[in-house]
Design a binder for this molecule. Structure first.
Ligand code: ADP
Ligand code: MG
Length: 516
């Protein structure tokens, strides 16, 4: 199975870093080592209690774009396969992650969204070019419609960047279309030039704040969504695919930005949502071992919006943007660790379909949607039966769990209206699904209990080690005291002996004088 495509990109040193040491050493196009700066080093040395000064970390990704890489290289490797699949109705998401000033927006938009210079042109204008090239190359048998939406997540509110009056858009989950933004503005796009102008308007509406890191740094997550609707005219079959580009807000630590007041609040909200993203990634990687663990998609707007991308129904590419300078190496290491964790998320069956033929893709999509329909019906009937016995809130909670476990595809608060009396749904199926769900919850609880026990055990061991160290310190103090006392005794002895020898020598001298 393929996994999320994770790449790293190092921008060239900027003016502020001019003359600074570079912290990375290239191994090849996929691997490199990175040296950490003094402050982090001291911390590691303290922890390890040894004198290893040259601490290096090795990282390997699907591809590493070094300082001399070009925008076109990033597009070719990371974005082109996703855009091509979106034209064939397979959803794809491209995410840029990293500290402020690391090159996320430069990669996404280029120096300027309307920039025609091929060297600086970012992913967005290239996605637009590719989409219209693909559409124009199609015969008359297929008709395409492209719609564009643009939102930002600012202080945990989803704002429509094409209509600022919509400043709190709700995220919903649809039975067959997955995660949706309720009422978001969708602008139909007829050609590339128009798309860039529309994007330009949205970008101008982005909230920007000032920090010490980068005066133009964005304090919101920005999400660009292209929906490509495809209609095969003679078959009257309509399908659609999405390309979602996510330019995340900076991941740096609050202390380093010198943020205060409102900007500090913004930074805290950003860090919270990026932590939620990290937690979702951790849960997804762990759930591959523990089969079904709760994935906290609902902990932030960002993770809820990316639920399809991370949870399985979309192809995903993550670009970890970093500075190559030694002074930013600790932030770079934390960005790269985030990418390394994401690398371990395995794809669901729908994410690996890109290598198959169009017929395979269509067939698999039909199979998946039929299977999802059956699962949905069964889950809805279970919820309906539970509603007769339990209070509404409890049933909604169980419904949410069903959504998380992929048994129910729509929002449980609205699922009541979708419950049918279809008696054809086999009740034995229900009991199988129910017992499976209970078993998976039991398994997750058991895992938690084991973790707690393990933590307790480690805590005991650490306490014992602390006790031993205390004892050793006590003995050392006593030994030091004894040595001091001995030294003082020896000093006095030498003094007395010196005096004795002096008196003896002077007596001998007087005696010799008397005799002579
Ligand atoms: P971020 O969005 O991560 O906060 P930006 O993309 O705004 O950072 O980049 C900060 C600065 O660095 C910008 O002036 C940008 O032009 C420059 N920059 C970033 N990446 C590159 C690159 N690969 N080549 C040249 N300049 C870059
Ligand atoms: Mg930016």
């Amino acid at each position: 199975m393929a996994s999320i495509c994770v790449c790293a990109r190092f921008r060239p040193l900027n003016l502020r870093e001019d003359g600074e040491a570079i912290c990375i050493t290239r191994s090849d196009s996929q691997s490199f080592s990175i040296k950490v700066a003094e402050d982090l080093l001291c911390f590691i040395i303290l922890l390890r209690d040894n004198d290893e000064k040259d601490e290096q970390y090795m990282f390997s990704f699907d591809k590493v774009f070094y300082e001399d890489s070009e925008q076109a290289d990033v597009y070719e490797f990371l974005a082109r396969p996703i855009v091509r699949d979106a034209v064939n109705s397979i959803n794809g998401t491209i995410i840029t992650y990293g500290q402020t000033g690391a090159g996320k927006t430069f990669t996404m938009e280029g120096a300027n969204i309307l920039e025609a210079d091929n060297l600086k042109k970012g992913l967005l204008p290239r996605v637009v070019d590719e989409l219209f090239d693909a559409i124009n190359a199609c015969g008359e048998a297929t008709a395409y419609k492209i719609k564009l939406s643009m939102v930002e997540i600012y202080m945990e509110r989803v704002r429509d960047l094409f209509d600022l009056s919509k400043d709190n858009i709700q995220i919903k989950e649809h039975k067959s279309h997955g995660i949706l933004l309720s009422g978001v503005t969708e602008i139909p796009i007829l050609d590339g030039e128009e798309a860039l102008k529309v994007l330009c308007g949205g970008i101008a509406n982005r909230a920007v704040g000032e920090t010490q890191m980068n005066a133009g740094s964005s304090r919101s997550h920005c999400i660009y969504m292209f929906t490509i609707q495809k209609e095969v005219t003679n078959e009257k079959r309509v399908s659609s695919g999405k390309v979602v580009l996510v330019d995340l807000a900076g991941s740096e630590k609050v202390e380093k930005t010198g943020a205060e007041g409102k900007v500090l609040e913004e930074a805290k909200t950003i860090n919270k949502s990026l932590s939620a993203l990290g937690n979702v990634i951790s849960a997804l990687t762990s759930s591959q071992h523990a089969k079904s663990l709760h994935i906290p998609f609902r902990d932030s707007k960002l993770t809820r919006l990316l639920q399809d991308a991370l949870g399985g129904s979309s192809q995903t590419a993550l670009l970890c943007c970093c500075s190559p300078s030694l002074s930013n190496s600790s932030e770079s290491v934390s960005t790269l660790r985030f990418g390394a964790r994401a690398k371990h998320i395995k794809a669901s069956s729908s994410r690996v379909m890109n290598s198959n033929s169009k017929e395979d893709i269509d067939r698999k999509q039909q199979e998946i949607s039929a299977l999802n329909d059956v699962k949905q019906q069964i889950a809805e009937r279970i919820l309906k039966k539970l509603r007769e016995k339990l209070d509404g809130e409890t049933v909604n909670l169980i419904g949410e769990e069903f959504v998380m476990e992929g048994l129910l595809l729509s929002d449980p608060t609205t699922s009541g209206s979708m419950i049918t009396d279809d008696e054809e749904v086999n009740s034995s199926h229900e009991s199988v699904i129910t017992s499976q769900t209970i078993a998976s919850w039991k398994e997750a609880t058991q895992k938690l209990v084991n973790t707690i026990l393990e933590l307790r055990r480690e805590n005991m061991i650490m306490k014992e080690e602390c006790q031993v160290i205390k004892e050793e310190n006590k003995v050392m103090r006593q030994v030091r005291k004894r040595i001091k006392a001995k030294l003082a005794q020896t000093k006095t002895l030498y003094l007395v002996m010196g005096l004795g020898f002096g008196v003896l020598a002077s007596s001998c001298f007087s005696f010799v004088l008397l005799v002579s």
